[in-house]
Design a binder for this molecule. Structure first.
Ligand code: CTP
Ligand code: CA
Length: 234
């Protein structure tokens, strides 16, 4: 009975999920990218749809074979952070929740060349001028297009000399102000690709609400549990 209840607990909800990694074009054939496959975002989309939600999946550079096929999931493929921002905003205008699972490039090349950059030409500079991308999550939190909308971020962290994974996660939770931040340890064969996953779910003050580990589907369901309890009851 519990399983059946959970199965439809997101019926009537619209959930927007960004997934994958943005690609910032240098020229018609090259881009700056990252190692995100989109699997966690896809798992979230599938889990939300299975629980009855209508899902808008904004997929950045996600391999076609990984994309979900489900009658309640609409997939929009994008490349750059700029495109991702526009699609998430458009879909988010009536969403009950927005989950920013995509790895968004912090910077993009200052100019995109219309032609392929030649070896000879680039030897002269060997530098790529970058400009900062807008912080999509931060602007969603600042604008909050829908009252009561639940906004969720992801943080892939490695520890370093400045602090542990959780230290960085807590600081980011406070800085970003998202309702929930899923902190995920990456590097040393964790996090990226088709491997078991483990996340710590923080609230906007950096307090730990839950931890979840297992498959990306298990993590997705745990995160959706944390989202659904925050939905205002109608
Ligand atoms: N994010 C975003 N727009 C950006 C960069 C990040 O919306 N331009 C979102 C990501 O989708 C993720 C969250 O912000 O949900 C955290 O991303 P992360 O890269 O960990 O945060 P940054 O503030 O960019 O910090 P860092 O210096 O660690 O890269
Ligand atoms: Ca970043």
């Amino acid at each position: 009975a519990l399983g059946l209840l959970r199965e439809q607990d997101l019926a009537g909800r619209h959930v927007v999920i960004s997934a994958g990694g943005t690609r910032e074009a240098l020229d018609p054939v090259r881009y700056l990218g990252n190692r995100s496959t989109g699997r966690q975002g896809v798992a979230l989309a599938e889990a939300a749809a299975a629980r009855g939600a209508r899902v808008s999946l904004v997929a950045a550079g996600v391999e076609t074979s990984l994309l979900p096929r489900h009658p309640r999931i609409t997939v929009t493929a994008v490349e750059s952070a700029t495109e991702l921002a526009a699609e998430v905003r458009a879909a988010g205008s009536d969403a009950d929740a927005i989950v920013m699972a995509a790895a968004v490039a912090d910077y993009r090349p200052a100019g995109r060349l219309g032609h392929k950059l030649k070896k000879q030409a680039s030897a002269a500079t060997r530098g790529i001028e970058l400009v900062e991308n807008p912080d999509i999550l931060a602007s969603l939190v600042a604008e909050r297009p829908v009252a009561g909308q639940v906004i969720v971020g992801f943080a892939a962290e490695t520890g370093d000399e400045a602090g542990s994974v959780l230290d960085h996660g807590r600081a980011k939770a406070r800085r970003k102000g998202a309702d929930l931040l899923a902190v995920n340890e990456v590097g040393t064969a964790r996090g990226f690709g088709d491997v078991p996953n483990s996340v710590t779910i923080l609230d906007a003050t950096g307090d730990v609400l839950a931890t979840a580990s297992g498959s990306k589907a298990d993590v997705a369901h745990a995160l959706l549990d944390a989202v659904s309890v925050r939905f205002p009851t109608a």
